[in-house]
Design a protein around this ligand. Structure first.
Ligand code: 5GP
Ligand code: ZN
Length: 134
């Protein structure tokens, strides 16, 4: 897609530190390096985000992501990893070409904080369940 920075990286029109590539996807180091080894896995074909990506492409990418995550964890001596994706601006998506983040974790003081706050006493689980299931 014209003017998409990740299409340009996939097409080698602009440089990226590509650590994996096949016919369907590419993985390269994220410029921000939130933690050491922070990597993005993207499809070569342009899809906006997780909500829109083709299922076969996604299935392939998640397997590739597992292998790359294991390689990074081993090579960089990480203790764990977060795999995450942001869909749409409200969720923090800034580049509108689908990507999976691989964020290696080293210890509790590394540079990313993910906090699932407990709102269980504020919400009605039954009504949410019914809204989703109706
Ligand atoms: P999002 O916020 O959309 O989930 O993540 C976009 C990510 O792309 C950010 O972590 C940002 O650092 C990274 N990024 C943006 N532009 C470039 C670029 O030109 N090259 C690389 N390697 N990463 C980029
Ligand atoms: Zn694109």
């Amino acid at each position: 897609m014209d003017n998409c920075i990740f299409c340009k990286i996939a097409n080698k029109e602009i440089p990226g530190k590509i650590i994996y590539e096949d016919d369907i996807c590419v993985a390269f180091l994220d410029l921000s390096q939130t933690t050491n080894g922070h990597t993005l896995v993207i499809p070569k074909k342009h899809f906006k985000n997780f909500l829109e990506v083709d299922n076969d492409t996604l299935a392939h990418m998640i397997k590739v992501t597992k292998d790359i995550a294991n390689k990074i964890v081993t090579k960089l001596n990480a203790n764990g990893v977060n795999i995450l994706t942001n869909a749409n601006e409200v969720a923090g998506q800034t580049v509108m070409h689908f990507h999976l983040h691989i964020i290696p974790r080293y210890d509790n003081n590394d540079q990313i904080e993910i906090n699932f706050s407990d709102r269980s006493n504020e919400v009605n689980l039954d009504s949410l369940f019914n809204q989703i299931m109706e």
